[in-house]
Design a protein around this ligand. Structure first.
Ligand code: GLC
Length: 531
């Protein structure tokens, strides 16, 4: 399996509402994505993961699914999906969908039936409990979006559990009928040719059987969001979840070379369990550490070394810089360091996931209060937890609305879209887009980058350097994480290394024993042993 596509390849996340609109309603759709496939080929990625496209009331913009085996009319039809899949495959692009197993929409027929009465055949498909003796919710669990995780249902006189919005009731994964219905969903899409799934909040699926109170978080501060008031000791990451991941893995493997990627926000030690015993869990538990990493050479070197050391035998690493829930990398680090971060992401050992728009250096987009859409922001305003600023339309060119839509875009575009768009940036050798293309080209051309081993060679001050090697090819990646010039001496085996690519537009100096890095410069160098 060392050559599996999901190990060598680079993933690209598309937020479908914001990629390309084809019918003028201001919301992206499947036909739009199909129209832009060539742009993804030009960029050089290998696989797309598309955030949810299923019928949904859109309380959480598609993460509230009302039918797992269909396409929301806003995004198109099942036939549009089949056409997109065929067009992607014709270009050697794989397609991953988003599987949302923890909760459905409150409008899903399963929940409507479950809610109808206590005697309903599907009552036990969701998590219903009587009130506590004082009439209050059954325990102290808090929704990730703030407020109690329990919603009172007057008609049937019980509470139901929702880890997110009340419009997203949690399914009861202890019920075998739920499992088998959800496994059929995986089979439905795999049989259509889908290459894999990103699994939404995988670590949430199973709750402790008797639903005990969660412990109070001694480090809680209100600006963290109310969910952090308690530690999710009993509401998430229960041992039985690994059996479920294993069952999903068996289904995926029965369809050939497919991939499962788990969305899991947990400390390293617990995250690693999601690879499963003898890697019988998901193929890739998302590694989000770079999103919150301290941006220092020592900090990153330690993080990389600890992650590599923690990987179970046979497990394949992966790295992420951003997604539809977290602040943009360019907003976190600034434009100059975002280029260095791109080199890091695309030269570390493991499958990288690139978030749409990061290749353009999209930064924080201000959303005027009257245009806020995200329920996360609307429920706990002003804490900076809102996700609209990272979900804005993809700017393609200099025509109206940056070519995203002929209508009114559902969220505002980045203010600098007239320059920061694909068409303009493709013509500018110094743009982040061209840098991403070069990095992806380099990764494709050098197996050492795609699958080679990694060893840290320097992590002092602002310089982080590591070697990547396979067979007789060895490359060195040297990153200046600061804004002052730095030099570092190459290890003896790498003397007279030849620069292959710099994050800065002007050509790097020729071969040397000491590498001089300009402010905010990253460089990939070929060592003399390189082919
Ligand atoms: C995941 C998604 C996020 C969504 C939540 C609830 O964290 O990435 O966007 O709101 O799950 O489904």
């Amino acid at each position: 399996m060392s050559g599996a596509w999901w190990k060598r390849g680079v993933l690209y996340q598309i937020y479908p509402r914001s990629f390309q609109d084809s019918d003028g309603d201001g919301v992206g759709d499947l036909k739009g994505i199909e129209r832009r496939l060539d742009a993804l080929v030009d960029l050089g990625v290998d696989a797309l993961w598309i955030s949810p496209i299923y019928p949904s009331p859109m309380a959480d913009f598609g993460y509230d699914v009302a039918n797992y085996c269909a396409v929301d009319p806003r995004f198109g039809t099942l036939a549009d999906f089949d056409a997109l899949l065929a067009a992607a495959h014709a270009r050697n692009l794989k397609v991953l969908l988003d599987f949302v197993p923890n909760h459905s929409s409150s409008q899903h027929p399963w929940f409507l039936e479950s809610r109808a009465s206590r005697e309903s055949a599907r009552r036990d498909w969701y998590i219903w409990r009587d009130p506590a003796p004082n009439g209050r919710p059954p325990n102290n669990w808090i929704s990730d979006f703030g407020g109690s995780a329990w919603e009172w249902d007057e008609a049937s006189g019980q509470y139901y559990l929702h880890a997110f919005l009340k419009e997203q009731p949690d399914l009861n994964w202890r019920n075998p009928a739920v499992r088998s219905a959800m496994y059929d969903v995986l089979r439905f899409w795999f049989a259509r040719g889908v290459d894999g799934f990103r699994i939404d909040v995988l670590w949430h699926l199973i709750k402790a059987a008797d639903l005990p109170d969660n412990p109070v978080n001694p480090r809680y501060r209100p600006e963290m969001g109310e969910a952090h008031r308690v530690l999710q000791a009993y509401s998430t990451d229960q041992p039985e979840v690994h059996g479920i991941a294993g069952e999903m893995r068996r289904i995926a493997d029965s369809f050939g070379e497919r991939v499962l990627i788990g969305e899991i926000y947990l400390p390293l030690g617990r995250l690693m369990h999601y690879y499963g015993r003898e890697t019988a869990g998901v193929h890739l538990p998302f590694n989000f550490q770079l999103i919150d990493a301290p941006w220092s050479a020592r900090g990153l070197a330690r993080l990389i070394a600890e992650y590599e050391a923690a990987l179970p035998e046979g497990a394949w690493p992966n790295w992420v810089l951003g997604n539809h829930d977290r602040p943009r990398v360019a907003a976190r680090l600034g434009q100059a360091q975002a280029r260095v971060a791109a080199m890091l992401l695309l030269t570390l050992r493991g499958t990288p996931t690139l978030y749409y728009g990061d290749e353009l250096g999209l930064g924080h987009v201000d959303i005027p209060p009257d245009r806020v859409q995200d329920p996360r922001e609307l429920r706990e305003p002003g804490l900076g937890l809102g996700r609209d600023p990272v979900r804005t339309p993809m700017p393609w060119d200099t025509t109206a609305n940056a070519g995203f839509t002929s209508g009114e875009p559902w969220l505002p575009l980045n203010a600098d879209w007239a320059e920061r768009n694909v068409e303009t940036m493709a013509r500018d050798a110094g743009s982040p887009l061209v840098l991403h293309r070069r990095l992806l080209e380099l990764r494709r051309a050098h197996s050492a980058l795609a699958t080679g081993a990694i060893a840290i060679v320097e992590s002092d001050g602002d310089v982080l350097a590591y070697a990547r090697g396979t067979g007789d090819e060895r490359l060195v990646v040297a990153l200046n994480l600061g804004d002052t010039p730095q030099t570092f001496t190459l290890p003896h085996w790498a003397r007279a290394a030849r620069p292959l690519l710099s994050t800065l537009a002007d050509p790097p100096p020729p071969a040397a024993d000491r590498v001089a890095l300009r402010p905010n410069e990253g460089m990939v160098l070929a060592t003399p042993t390189a082919a």
